[in-house]
Design a protein around this ligand. Structure first.
Ligand code: 4NP
Length: 165
């Protein structure tokens, strides 16, 4: 058994709504399983508009109602992240394209996956986006919570059982 950390990165646009929620939910699921010391979990954004800011208050408030505390500050994803992390989850197809852009080696390409490829309610090979909640109402944030929550439960199970390909 290896003592190496498995590193997981979630990526969205602003790193203030979807990916910080996924980071916090996955960390909570790993803690619930008592395996958090084996993992490093982080999130980042493709865009720099909100760098240094805490997560959106609407996202934090919905998460808090579900017992999840989001404590991140926004940062932009870097090329170096693609080397450092073992799994890079794109929250939507735009992030997936942005992350894959310019990547030439297969091993890096394989790390970048659509988040909802792990959604237990998606049975299709066409993986839907986690919808961007930024311009909409609070119900959009609730919807994001539902998707992210069930998908992170599945990802945690896969990581712990080693069936995470
Ligand atoms: P996120 O949501 O990508 O889930 O953090 C967004 C936050 C900000 C913007 C877009 C999406 N924005 O255009 O500023």
């Amino acid at each position: 058994m290896s003592n190496e950390l498995t590193r997981i990165l979630f990526v969205c646009t602003g790193n203030i709504c979807r990916s910080p929620l996924a980071e916090a939910v996955l960390r909570s699921e790993l803690e619930r399983r008592g395996v958090e010391s084996r993992f490093e979990v982080d999130s980042a954004g493709t865009d720099a508009y909100h760098v240094g800011e805490p997560a959106d208050p609407r996202m934090r408030s919905v998460a808090r109602r579900h017992g999840i505390d989001i404590r991140t500050r926004s940062r932009r994803v870097t090329r170096a992240d693609l080397d450092a992390y073992d799994y890079v989850f794109a929250m939507d197809a735009g992030h997936y394209r942005a992350l894959r852009h310019g990547v030439r080696d297969e091993s890096t390409e394989e790390k970048i996956v659509m988040f909802r490829a792990h959604d237990p309610e998606v049975n299709d090979r066409h993986f839907p986006d986690v919808p961007d909640p930024w311009y909409g109402g609070i119900d959009g944030f609730e919807r994001v919570y539902e998707i992210v929550s069930r998908t992170c439960v599945r990802i945690a199970d896969e990581l712990v059982n080693g069936a995470n390909d």
